[in-house]
Design a protein around this ligand. Structure first.
Ligand SMILES: Nc1ncnc2c1ncn2[C@@H]1O[C@H](COP(=O)(O)OP(=O)(O)OP(=O)(O)O)[C@@H](O)[C@H]1O
Ligand SMILES: [Mg+2]
Length: 313
């Protein structure tokens, strides 16, 4: 299998990923130069408006689709260069997938334990029954092993789906709105389970979600806008002087390798930025002004200077 540029120890490395769909001679650019790096053991939430390219990204990372251009490397494997056989093995061993539609995750005529054993059978593993039982235990459903999907609740089906996705001990778990069909309480339980698996098993998890509460509980939230990563929110826990822990969330704009940056829509609208803008490099920041305006002359350094929003007189 082929590995190209170093991925700096990242388990997921997407560089300038492009996916163009052609339907009836019309091209849809679903991903337009997306960059994303994920470290082993991270749990990352992907958020973004409908149609922004989240599922397209997950399908590529899951080995179900190939990028039109750019590079996606997962666990050292360049996904555009896999042979058919390598791709099948990749989908069986390296990644596990969970879909929003509970019916897409499980075979309806098999009971829970047989659903969990199936990926291991396909991969020719031994000791399957014991492992399947352990996985059902892990997701809290040992007592539902003989239930078929229609004899399980939606939340239980998604828990079994998580056990199925973990069957061959993948390096990365990919979940596309895994709780989209569940009520909010059940959804919180399923996400708590994913967090526990991330912590205890150490599996890297990438989960697409619309749920802002979920996004609040992961270490990093990546926002996709128009097929590109636009902002990242990084959370860390800090101890206050009083001794209690609080979560600090900081939002960053993402600067890609080509130096491109997406300005937040609110900034664009507030300053009516369009087509061309003026940029000016200051000592410690870059100023952006509407193209039609004249930036103020570069002032001598002032102690209170530091805003990049062009609001100086
Ligand atoms: N198989 C396909 N053929 C053609 N166009 C597609 C295909 N799949 C997705 N698209 C288009 O690509 C864009 C991104 O779609 P994608 O499914 O990745 O969005 P999404 O962010 O997952 O949205 P949602 O939140 O609604 O699930 C959309 O404009 C969509 O219409
Ligand atoms: Mg989607």
């Amino acid at each position: 299998m082929t590995t190209t540029r170093p991925t700096d120890g990242d388990i997921v490395a997407c560089d300038n990923l492009v996916r163009i769909y052609s339907v009836a001679d019309v091209e849809v650019v679903a991903l337009q130069g997306l960059d994303l790096r994920i470290k082993p053991g991270e749990m990352v939430a992907i958020v973004g408006a409908s149609g922004s390219g989240k599922s397209t990204l997950l399908n590529i990372l899951g080995g179900l689709d190939v990028p039109t251009a750019g590079r996606a490397v997962v666990d050292g494997l360049d996904l555009a260069r896999l042979s058919r056989g390598e791709r099948t093995r990749y989908r069986r061993r390296t990644v596990g997938m969970i879909w929003q539609q509970t019916s897409r995750n499980l075979l309806p005529h098999l009971d829970a334990i047989s659903n969990v054993e199936l990926p291991m059978i396909l991969d020719g593993r031994s000791n399957r029954q014991q492992r399947a039982e352990d996985l059902l235990e892990l997701v809290g459903l040992h007592d539902r092993a003989r239930h078929r999907p229609r004899e399980l609740s939606g939340g239980e089906q998604q828990r079994v789906a998580i056990a199925v996705a973990l069957a061959n001990a993948p390096s990365v778990l990919l979940a596309d709105e895994p709780t989209g069909e569940l009520d909010s309480a059940t959804s919180a339980d399923v996400f708590e389970l994913l967090r526990r698996i991330n912590r205890e098993v150490g599996t890297t998890i990438v989960a697409v979600t619309h749920d802002p509460l979920v996004a609040d509980h992961v270490t990093r939230t990546v926002a996709i806008r128009d097929g590109r990563t636009s902002t990242e929110t990084v959370r860390r826990t800090e101890r206050s002087d009083a001794g209690d822990h609080r979560v600090i969330a900081e939002e960053f704009a993402v600067l890609d390798r080509a130096g491109r940056l997406q300005l937040p829509r609110a900034h664009i609208e507030k300053l009516a930025l369009a087509d061309r803008v003026r940029l000016r490099l200051e000592d410690d920041h870059v100023g952006v002004w509407p193209g039609g305006s004249t930036p103020p002359p570069s002032p001598p350094a002032r102690p209170d200077q530091g805003d990049a929003d062009g609001s100086q007189p």
